[in-house]
Design a protein around this ligand. Structure first.
Ligand code: FMN
Length: 224
């Protein structure tokens, strides 16, 4: 589906939201009304999740001083590895290079986004017996994160899923008082985008889909 163009406004068309929700790393200097942050987190909490146990907590962070300290930790600790950049350059992969440049820009200015959202698994290990960083734990929270990102797109807000918690977990815990039985699953900047939403580029679905058996590529026929 490629009929959607670039735009900076919201949309109620679920297909447009899905096909144009892309990683936003540049922000307008503009507050996000609290009600919109509530709405996107509310959308997240309506996601499917294992046994409907809802073993999640959503930390919404707007406090400038706390965001500043978290941003300082990200700036200090998170770098795109030089070999990734060299690899993309050697391969002539300009879109990957652009992504790395955008990602480093984001890591250098993490508090430019007016809000950060930190989804956490809460008491997941004790309730399910699965480790909090297992694939099955991810299955119960990242779908909710996608709801949040699509809801933000619908409202004209940009987001990007980052795994910054891997490097700054201790700072998140001390700044936000996250207890030991909760695990941050992502750190998601949210704001009004200073870039357009637009069609995301992915491999053709036929290339990554097998039909009735591994390795068997189906043929897609026009419907109707
Ligand atoms: C698990 C995961 C981790 C990601 N981590 C980061 C990150 O740390 N920094 C970043 O800038 N983008 C991050 N992203 C965003 C991806 O780079 C982005 O979704 C991908 O390049 C596709 O870009 P597009 O959605 O704009 O088409 C992450 C996405 C996922 C799903």
């Amino acid at each position: 589906m490629t009929e959607f163009g670039t735009s900076r406004s919201g949309t109620n068309d679920i297909w447009e939201a899905i096909y144009t929700q892309r990683a936003v790393r540049y922000w307008e200097e503009r507050e996000v009304p609290q009600e919109l942050l509530w709405r996107i987190v509310d959308a997240a909490t309506h996601a499917p999740n294992g046994s409907n146990r809802q073993l999640w907590r959503w930390l919404v962070l707007t406090d400038p001083a706390k965001r500043g300290r978290i941003a300082a930790a990200v700036r200090e600790r998170v770098q795109i590895p030089a070999k990734w950049i060299a690899g993309a350059r050697d391969a002539g992969d300009s879109s990957r290079l652009l992504m790395y440049r955008g990602s480093q820009h984001l890591f250098d200015r993490f508090d430019e986004a007016p809000a950060l959202i930190v989804p956490c698994q809460h008491q997941f290990a004790s309730a399910t017996g699965a480790t909090a960083d297992s694939l099955v734990a991810g299955a119960s929270i990242y779908g909710a994160v996608q709801n949040l990102q699509l809801a933000a797109r619908a409202l004209g807000l940009g987001t990007v899923l980052t795994t910054a918690q891997v490097w700054i977990g201790d700072v998140l815990r001390s700044e936000l008082g996250i207890p030991e039985d909760a695990q941050p699953a992502a750190v998601i900047p949210v704001g009004y985008p200073a870039v357009d939403f637009g069609p995301t580029r992915r491999k053709p679905v036929e290339e990554v889909t097998f039909w009735n058996g591994w390795g068997v590529h189906g043929t897609r026929k026009p419907s109707g």
